[in-house]
Design a protein around this ligand. Structure first.
Ligand SMILES: *Cc1c(COP(=O)(O)O)cnc(C)c1O
Ligand SMILES: [Zn+2]
Length: 456
């Protein structure tokens, strides 16, 4: 399958609109003129040389093909992601194309017929962070192949970024350095980069504290910064919105709800959808909902003030540990996206997120706490009549629940702080006596049937 015949090109440029263009293979994260973040810009006129119908055919044909690397959900859209990367440098583990499933039973319970869940956690390292890391690590590989002085890639993380960086670097033979806030990531998240051979630095601070240190360390240009202020990650993550539309045969849903912390992922979601609109593949946009933990809600507070400014806060402890962030780096990008998509920001308490995840689990899901935040916000918007019963709603599930075993155990033991667990299902401990066991089973079945008869 030959690549599409377009002279596509991409470069870094300031998000605030300053003039300069910089190579995506330069070690640069900020606009030298104003200090704003950079973003990857594409030669849209070149991409428009291919018709929307032809793009759809090309992208559809590549889905899950074994023709490397186009079967990846990211690299199947290579011309839109990073055309000037040589295929030999792509570091991919066939990320993307995660399942989008109809959450029929959960939808029925809350009164939304057309509810879908995009399981981004069904990925190599168990979160959507793989989508961005395949792009960033591929660029590092090409920089090194072309004689750059870069010798390692580093990130601060709330657990999932470090897992993805470590895995992709290990696949490429590049040293990863990860900065983790001590005791603030799950055991699974801590062991992932250890297993993948990263240099794991556990610091006695929070994510924002780790971020401040990694920014200092990466002043040394031989250590490449892999946090999402590096907009290469956004280019990979933007494919999730494109993929959702593609999975609906190029139909745009009404709502997409996504849990947010550092605000890179929602910026990416918006960027991908806007690109599709510019290229004529879609003619309308969904509304976006950014869901925050009430314990770490600077974006929500800013939304309430009409996005006048961002007031960084000290993020409090939350079960949704991957979004325990008080000073989100991609704030400006996210505000633009929320404005372009008629967006809403809302928040969920610990009690709400844990019970929402547990209710979803009872319909067959295994929701991570961040997905719980998105679900809890969905429930509220439905109750308030903002989201209506016939509308098509997508919840982006950002990580796999198996990374958060202690959250699940704590919930079912009833020991989570600030949570009144409404859907506990602890194991039943019994003697190995068939009569006792049979009695208990029959009694439980009757209780369940009586309860569902009451509900109707
Ligand atoms: C990183 C992450 C988020 C938040 O993404 P941001 O880009 O930081 O807003 C949400 N959920 C999970 C599981 C994550 O790992
Ligand atoms: Zn600038």
């Amino acid at each position: 399958m030959p690549p599409v015949d377009v002279k596509a090109n991409a470069w870094f440029q300031c998000v605030r609109g300053c003039e300069g263009r910089y190579s995506v293979f330069d070690v640069i994260y900020h606009c030298p003129t104003c200090g704003g973040l950079l973003e990857v810009r594409h030669d849209i006129e070149a991409l428009k040389q291919v018709s929307p119908e032809e793009w759809k055919r090309v992208l559809d044909r590549r889905v899950r093909t074994n023709e490397w690397p186009y079967g990846s959900g990211v690299w199947g859209k290579k011309e839109w992601v990073l055309p000037n990367l040589r295929n030999e440098n792509i570091v991919s583990m066939y990320e993307g194309h995660t399942n989008l499933f109809w959450a029929q039973r959960l939808g029925q319970q809350i009164g939304v017929e057309d509810l879908w869940v995009k399981l981004c956690g069904n990925s190599h390292t168990g979160s959507f962070k793989d989508l961005g890391m395949t792009v960033l690590v591929s660029v590092v590989k090409q920089m090194m192949a072309d004689g750059s002085t870069v010798r390692a890639a580093a990130c601060a993380s709330t657990g999932d970024t470090s897992a993805a960086l470590a895995a992709y670097c290990a696949a490429a033979g590049i040293q990863a350095i990860v900065f983790l806030p001590r005791d603030k990531v799950s055991a699974a998240q801590l062991i992932q980069p250890i297993a993948n051979g990263a240099m794991v630095l556990s610091l006695d601070t929070d994510f924002d504290g780790c971020m401040a240190i990694v920014k200092e360390i990466t002043q040394d240009k031989s250590i490449y910064l892999a946090n999402s202020m590096n907009s290469l990650r956004i280019e990979g993550q933007k494919t999730v919105g494109i993929e959702i539309v593609q999975q609906f045969d190029w139909e745009v849903p009404d709502w997409i709800i996504i849990p947010v912390g550092n605000l890179g992922n929602i910026s990416a979601l918006g960027k991908g959808l806007l690109l599709m609109k510019e290229l004529g593949l879609i003619d309308r946009l969904p509304r976006l909902v950014a869901a925050q933990s009430a314990q770490a809600n600077p974006f929500y507070l800013s939304y309430l003030s009409g996005f006048r400014s961002l007031v960084p806060i000290k993020a409090k402890k939350t079960l949704a540990s991957a979004i325990q962030i008080g000073n989100p780096v991609s704030y400006e990008k996210a505000v633009k996206v929320l404005q372009a998509f008629d967006g809403i920001v809302d928040q969920a308490s610990e009690d709400e997120l844990a019970n929402a995840a547990a209710l979803a689990d009872l319909t067959g899901m295994y929701a991570c706490p961040h997905t719980g935040v998105a679900l809890a916000v969905l429930f509220k918007l439905v109750r308030r009549g903002v989201i209506r019963s016939h509308e098509r709603v997508i919840v982006i599930s950002t990580a796999h629940g198996l990374k958060f075993t202690n959250f699940k155990i704590g919930y079912h033991e009833g020991t989570l702080e600030g949570v009144k667990a409404l859907h506990r299902n602890p194991p039943i401990e019994l003697p190995p006596d068939v009569h006792v066991v049979r009695d208990v089973i029959l009694r439980r079945l009757e209780e369940r049937e009586a309860a569902s008869a009451r509900v109707g």
